[in-house]
Design a binder for this molecule. Sequence first.
Ligand SMILES: [Zn+2]
Length: 181
Amino acid sequence: MSYCEVASLSADLQDPDRIYHDTEYGFPVTDDRELFERLMLEINQAGLNWRTILKKRAGLQAAYAGFEPARVALFDEQDIQRLMHDARVIRHQQKIRAAIYNARQVLELQERHGSLRQWLDDLYPLSLDQWVKCFKQQFKFVGRETVQSFLLSTGYLEGAHEPDCSVYALILAHNPPWHRH
Ligand SMILES: [Zn+2]
């Protein structure tokens, strides 16, 4: 089932899947903090239900310093212990360590490329296999499915929405990366 169908099943406009589908999924993201948050959400989702992540999102944001890469990069062993005991987050040590490592890697990209976004734009366009290779060289806990979901959700890969979904045209008006080339 496509995410468009999942979201359309709910008549509740406040449904978390519905809100995400209608306002974020597939829309281009230009801000590094937001790109980092979206990558972290996808990493935390691995092996779990996306809806679980959406429901925990506010708690994850609070526990992970608003997903500000510069702040998460400073997390130490004490923070790892704190997060391992924090019910708001996914208490999976590798995911927690990946968040800190990846935040540091974002800072490194900002230094080398100006921004995480610029790194993505400079790489574009790539095949999914090539994207996965680049992500694996740069980040931790980035399996093929995680990378694909992240790129679909941020507009770097085509196919987030069905062409007959009402959000599809809205996204085209925002000229996502996949549509620029
Ligand atoms: Zn849709």
